[in-house]
Design a protein around this ligand. Structure first.
Ligand code: FBP
Length: 552
């Protein structure tokens, strides 16, 4: 067989359910709580969701299962970027569905949300699903980034559901996908299709988080994977004592991943995009801050260090986002072709100099040439700069090198600075889920089926009290509309789930802030090592430091 010993062993792992979901399907009863309201813009959200707004909070508890007897045909969709544990959400959903009635059917719509509208699916069976238990990746049915948001798509989705007798759809996705799940749920309710929609909170970025959702799944495993690698690099740096390592970590916008990795590994520097934006820091100010740490350490003979850079950082630097907007404008409406036709970089540079404002040109001018060129090469299908592809780890190390050269000239620094660069992203998104993610995801899926069975629509599967052992976790559901507000998107007011950015007065950031000066000047590296799947619970069932600080 073409499988590793660990994969084989993980097939046998039995995920832990919250205590209230243990003991069999017949023992799960439901308790309805208070009616809910959206976090803001109540009247507007209510008007947009007349059939699904204001529903009650749900908690499951031990007791007689009173859900109606009904054959269930459930369709499941994986949406967006991979996150460890997605397979277990489907396994939990499947096991609860089959335990309720072996004749129930689970369909997997392939390749993301477009699988539903393209009617592209498979029917899950034991032999197939068993190959994916407790494994990483989304290859069980594949994923995609097509958005289900138009009336036309909803109409097709309703037809596909009718064709297969689908009673419910489970959408496993991030804030955008779950926003769309709420809109689909409203459409299905308004058109009396009888199809329910349940969401599950996914994303390694950790930005689908609020007073109900303590964390999105995948964040735990991804940050532990990056932290293992960062810890290894720290040890290498501390052994060789000759390199500064600039490490970019994934996380499209918010800096939760970077912050968690910093809390786990105690590097010399970690940039937090939300702080950069709040303090309106310029590129030079950031470079100066890093150079301070380099210089302080060099003065003590330590010409090495580690700096963590969040993937989304540049968009938080005010002057840089203005520069990006100007570049997008400069090449809009077919002007990119004329630009590309220019014979040399010098000619292109002259074109850029003419097109940018003086302020943006000043920012552009300090960038290393490789980054300047990247800004004009990698464009998305709409012709915009792909900010996430900017090698910000190289950008900051180059700016720091310049800064140190000036200090050297001024006689204030006399160290050596040699940089190495890394990007940790995709390698964390498909790792074998940690026990936490394996348990959490299985519980989310199991719980999603209980919400379906009890007839709820437009809910997010909710498992909470996550900083405690799984036995004490709480399972239930929350209407998605409760998490929504109105935001301006593409020039329109849209109902959306609020994205969670790093809170600068939150406990994780505060802890980092209290310690970072010491970490910057001294060597306080912490080596978390690899994720452990077997052994004592205090090693294997650890949550993230973020969750422990927020909820512990
Ligand atoms: P989701 O928000 O869909 O979970 O994806 C998050 C993410 O992994 C980001 O961290 C990263 O910037 C992005 O996806 C990469 O996207 P792609 O897989 O399309 O390259």
């Amino acid at each position: 067989m073409n499988i590793s010993p660990l994969q084989k062993a993980r097939y046998e792992y039995v995920p832990k359910l919250p205590g209230m979901l243990r003991g069999g399907i017949a023992e799960i009863s439901v308790k309805e709580g208070a009616a809910t309201q959206s976090v803001a813009d109540q009247e507007k959200i209510k008007a947009l969701f007349p059939n699904t707004y204001g529903e009650k909070e749900i908690t499951f508890e031990k007791g007689k299962n009173t859900s109606p007897v009904k054959k269930q045909v459930v369709g499941v969709i994986l949406s967006g970027g991979q996150a460890p544990g997605g397979h277990n959400v489907i396994c939990g959903l499947y096991d609860a569905l089959k335990a309720t009635d072996p004749d129930n059917v689970l369909l997997g719509f392939k390749g993301g949300p477009s699988g539903l509208t393209d009617d592209n699916y498979l029917v899950f069976e034991d032999d197939y699903i068993d190959q994916f238990r407790n494994t990483g990746g989304f290859d069980i049915i594949g994923s995609g980034r097509t958005k289900l948001e138009t009336e036309e798509q909803f109409k097709v989705a309703a037809e596909v559901c009718k064709k297969h007798g689908v009673t419910a759809i489970v959408i496993i996705g991030g804030d955008d996908s779950n926003t769309n799940a709420a809109v689909l749920a409203e459409y299905f309710a308004a058109h009396k299709t009888g199809v329910q929609v349940i969401g599950c909170p996914k994303t390694i970025d950790g930005d689908l988080k609020n007073e109900d959702i303590e964390c999105s799944f995948g964040f735990d495993t991804a940050t532990k994977t990056y932290s293992e690698l960062i810890g290894n690099i720290e040890r290498d740096a501390n052994s060789a004592k000759k390199y500064w390592h600039f490490i970019k970590v994934m996380g499209r916008s918010a800096s939760h991943v970077a912050l968690e990795c910093a809390l786990e590994t105690q590097p010399n520097i970690c940039l937090i995009g939300e702080e950069v934006a709040a303090k309106k820091m310029s590129l030079s100010a950031i470079a100066d801050q890093i150079a301070d740490s380099v210089a302080k350490r060099a003065a003590k003979g330590m010409n090495f260090g580690v700096a963590i850079i969040p993937e989304g950082i540049v968009e938080f630097v005010p002057e840089f986002s203005v520069l990006i907007a100007e570049i997008n404008e400069l090449l809009a409406g077919g002007k990119a072709d004329a630009f590309n036709a220019l014979p040399s970089w010098d000619a292109k540079y002259a074109f850029i100099e003419k097109g940018l404002t003086k302020e943006s040109m000043a920012v552009f001018a300090i960038l290393p040439q490789s980054i300047q060129q990247q800004l004009f090469l990698d464009r998305d299908p709409h012709g915009n700069v792909q900010v996430s592809l900017i090698e910000s780890e190289k950008l900051f190390s180059a700016l720091v090198a310049d800064n140190l050269a000036q200090r050297k000239k001024a006689g204030t620094y006399n160290g050596k600075f040699s940089a190495q660069h890394h990007f940790f992203g995709y390698e964390g998104r498909d790792a074998f889920p940690s026990n936490f993610d394996a348990d959490y995801c299985y519980s989310l899926g199991y719980n999603a089926f209980m919400l379906i069975q009890y007839g709820y629509n437009g809910y997010l599967s909710k498992v909470s009290n996550l900083s405690r052992p799984a036995e004490e976790w709480k399972a239930g559901g929350m209407p998605i509309t409760k998490m929504m507000n109105i935001e301006r998107r593409n020039g329109q007011d849209k109902p959306v789930i609020r994205k969670a950015l790093v809170e600068l007065d939150g406990k994780p950031f505060k802890y980092f802030e209290e310690n970072r000066e010491k970490w910057a000047a001294e060597t306080c590296f912490k080596y978390p090592g690899a994720i452990q799947y077997y052994g004592p619970a205090e090693v294997c069932d650890l949550t993230t430091v973020t969750l422990a600080l927020e909820k512990g």
